[in-house]
Write a protein that binds this ligand. Sequence first.
Ligand SMILES: Nc1ncnc2c1ncn2[C@@H]1O[C@H](COP(=O)(O)OP(=O)(O)O)[C@@H](O)[C@H]1O
Ligand SMILES: CC(C)(COP(=O)(O)O)[C@@H](O)C(=O)NCCC(=O)O
Ligand SMILES: [K+]
Length: 284
Amino acid sequence: MWLALMIGNSRLHWAYFTGDTLIYAWDTDYLPADVIQRLSQSQTLKDLLLEIFPNDEATGKARHGNIEDSLKTLCSSVSSPPPIILASVVPSQTALWQSYPNVRILTLDQVPIKGIYPTLGIDRALALLGAGQNWGFPILVIDAGTALTFTGADANQHLVGGAILPGLGLQLATLAGKTGQLPTVELPQQLPYRYALNTKEAIQSGVIYTLVAGIKDFIEAWWRDFPQGNVVMTGGDRTLLVNYMRSPMKAPKGASQFPEIVDSLNVEANLIFWGMQKTLKNYE
Ligand SMILES: Nc1ncnc2c1ncn2[C@@H]1O[C@H](COP(=O)(O)OP(=O)(O)O)[C@@H](O)[C@H]1O
Ligand SMILES: CC(C)(COP(=O)(O)O)[C@@H](O)C(=O)NCCC(=O)O
Ligand SMILES: [K+]
């Protein structure tokens, strides 16, 4: 067994694998340095899971009872400390894990995608690989994380390139943080009205409608350039974004949003983990 750890700019993404099979994936906040130190001395996977598995705040009991039980059963046989395969786009966080005895840190040059430029985010390369594995190349990955990225590869698994912009959460946070009177605003579950008559909804409308229009434009351009190309969306805001794109436009007349695009858009949380597994496999 092994644990995959992808360090993103907002949080940690974990997956538990047995061999090539992804059993379970979950997210946690960053861990404090002293907790990571302690994990390095942990004798069993169970010790580790107690720290990294999401707990129910009210009861302190693990939320995903069945999964946790089966993990604990499986791990009683595993010698300490459990192997972690790590990829990161946050160097300061990577440094905290360097002392962990059984960690292997994946680097960009190990990811079997051609034409990579040296400063490409390894999360983008891994997601591209994982997506192409599953749906085939050419493929465009839209990662709606802290930053929102578009990353494309052609039929030869060669990087076409892409784009980076602030993600939904970051756009809202930046408006609140860098202006004198704009409030902190949450992302609504439903697509808001385009023409807002209050500040909160004006911010929501502006950020969401322009982001959705930008995504639509990138996908249409991708299909012009790669008519057989696939598109997949991932990242923490994927479900919200797809819901916005699915719902009827709340302009004065509720014309439907982008049905043809949403119907052919794949949505998947675990692309990076699939890419990590494939990268490891490549080295066997
Ligand atoms: N519990 C959560 N913590 C942080 N972000 C969350 C959470 N749930 C949903 N999100 C959304 O996910 C986005 C971050 O995406 P994610 O893919 O997790 O980030 P990263 O890979 O950059 O760490 C944020 O913009 C936020 O809107
Ligand atoms: C663009 C990113 C910040 C996205 O990170 P994320 O929002 O997923 O945490 C990351 O992939 C990164 O640091 N990339 C390096 C620059 C590049 O890809 O060109
Ligand atoms: K990401």
